[in-house]
Design a protein around this ligand. Structure first.
Ligand code: ATP
Ligand code: MG
Length: 446
């Protein structure tokens, strides 16, 4: 993309309404625009990152054997009357009446609707296990929408639902979700720690939240800091191997890590003092096993192999897709702007032309731009007439992890400059080598 033809409305001043760094940088980098409290338009740069995050979530869900579909944002109230949640949900639910006076609502979550789909089409244990998920906008009329996309009213969520014949297979589904979530967050350059959680209105006895450590997080967290060093890395996961998947979960949930809701001071005291940490965290996902709560009330049953009919075992599993943008920025920025991890960056590399209009510099930039595209990567080429300092400041603010700087002086020696946004370090390389280096870096992130 050429910057001169793009839509990147960056702000010079710090917006007064933004209290935390991620909200401030998302506004300044022209990623979002607030349309009403907690409701945002996703401008092109923000939209790109949102799509990248969505893509990672999709890929890891499909890898775990889960099946994508798409349910609507608007739901009939009657489904929620069946489960009893229409009255329980309270003011967070946006209730709407259509022209025929039918009660509708903008879905805050989809347990009822997915159970309705299931009961209409599945009736035998032979069709199980089954896990369906979607990535769809939700609405919760939060009392205090704040911190930009972190606590929105309209927000994008991945929510998945497993259907299993018995508790053991449902727990395997729970474990598959835990591992696929860990993998998703890692690909986004994040450390998100599974912490034992309290179940809340969805109900259930097995639940973990995934928290990204950040001083601006809304949850207080208590943990053994050795948990932050755990990594899945590139290990192969066989999602059909129950014991293997359970082992990975055990590895990630044995060290103490809890939110204030489940914190137990006596147990925490058993953690060696040097590793005992109290901090704050951002909830970027949650998994629940809740058994037959919805299947019983809504009559979603299956015939088992001995011919009896039982309510199906279920769980639900969410990732805060839009909140993740904020969480990633909270975890990865400096005083000049955002530093995108390679896995989610809106463009793979920025190209800065120090002397726009200089025939040689322009030709070199064009060649690099084409070379990047030929390798299946995307560059944002600042081909504007702005001063070098202004171009650098803009690139630093929007946070592309790599920048190639092209100027007449370097070109005389046959080199351009390749700079890491994270470390600030630069190397001089011939243009083709700089591009090859970038291709190599991203190959490791595919
Ligand atoms: P919170 O405790 O932050 O209100 P929640 O526990 O009510 O969240 P879940 O029902 O677990 O939320 O939803 C799954 C995920 O959706 C959460 O882990 C979070 O990442 C995201 N999410 C929930 N509410 C919001 C919101 N208002 N804005 C943005 N993302 C949200
Ligand atoms: Mg939650």
């Amino acid at each position: 993309m050429r910057l001169s033809r793009y839509f990147l409305p960056v702000l010079k001043e710090n917006p007064a309404e933004a209290q935390i760094v991620s909200h401030r940088y998302m506004l300044r980098a022209g990623m979002i625009k607030q349309q009403a409290a907690g409701i945002y338009s996703w401008l092109p740069l923000g939209y790109r990152v949102l799509k990248r995050i969505e893509q990672i979530v999709h890929e890891e869900q499909v890898r775990a054997g889960h099946i994508p579909l798409l349910m609507p944002t608007l739901q009939p109230a009657d489904l929620w009357r069946e489960s009893g949640r229409y009255d329980d949900y309270g003011q967070e639910m946006l209730r709407i009446r259509d022209r025929h006076e039918r009660d509708m609502l903008y879905g805050p979550t989809n347990e009822e609707m997915i159970t309705d789909i299931f009961r209409a089409h599945v009736g035998s244990y032979k069709d199980l296990p089954l896990t369906l998920y979607h990535i769809q906008w939700k609405f919760r009329d939060e009392v205090r929408p704040r911190f930009g996309v972190m606590r929105g009213r309209e927000f994008l969520m991945k929510d998945g639902y497993n259907f299993d014949v018995d508790r053991d297979s449902a727990l395997h589904a729970y474990n598959r979700h835990m591992v696929s979530y860990l993998r998703s967050y890692e690909r986004m350059g994040l450390t998100a720690i599974p912490m034992r959680a309290a179940s809340g209105p969805i109900g259930g006895d097995n639940t973990h939240e995934f928290l990204v450590l950040a001083s601006t997080g809304e949850s207080e967290v208590f943990y053994d800091d050795r948990v932050t060093a755990l990594k899945l890395g590139s290990r192969d996961i066989d999602y059909d191997d129950r014991d293997g998947v359970a082992k990975v979960c055990e590895e990630f949930t044995t060290l103490y890590a809890r939110t204030d809701e489940t914190h137990d001071a006596a147990v925490f005291d058993g953690v060696p003092e040097a590793h005992r940490k109290v901090g704050r965290g951002i909830e970027v996902g949650q998994i629940f096993y809740f058994g037959t709560k919805y299947s019983e009330s809504m009559g979603a049953t299956v015939v088992t192999n001995d011919g009896s009919r039982v309510p199906v075992e279920m769980g639900s599993h969410g990732i805060g897709v839009s909140r993740l943008l904020g969480a990633i920025i909270e975890a990865s920025h400096d005083d000049k702007g955002i530093i995108w991890p390679e896995g989610v960056t809106p463009f793979h590399v920025g190209i800065v032309n120090l002397k726009q209009g200089d025939a040689e510099a322009d030709a070199a930039c064009n060649a690099i731009y084409k070379l990047v595209a030929a390798l299946g990567l995307e560059a944002l080429y600042d081909d504007t007439e702005a001063r070098a300092g202004e171009k650098f400041a803009k690139m630093d603010l929007i946070g592309l992890p790599w920048r190639i700087t092209v100027g007449p002086r370097g070109l005389k020696n046959g080199v351009v400059e390749l700079t890491s946004r994270r470390t600030g370090e630069s190397v001089e390389l011939p243009p083709e080598e700089a591009v090859a280096k970038i291709a190599e870096i991203y190959a490791a992130h595919r």
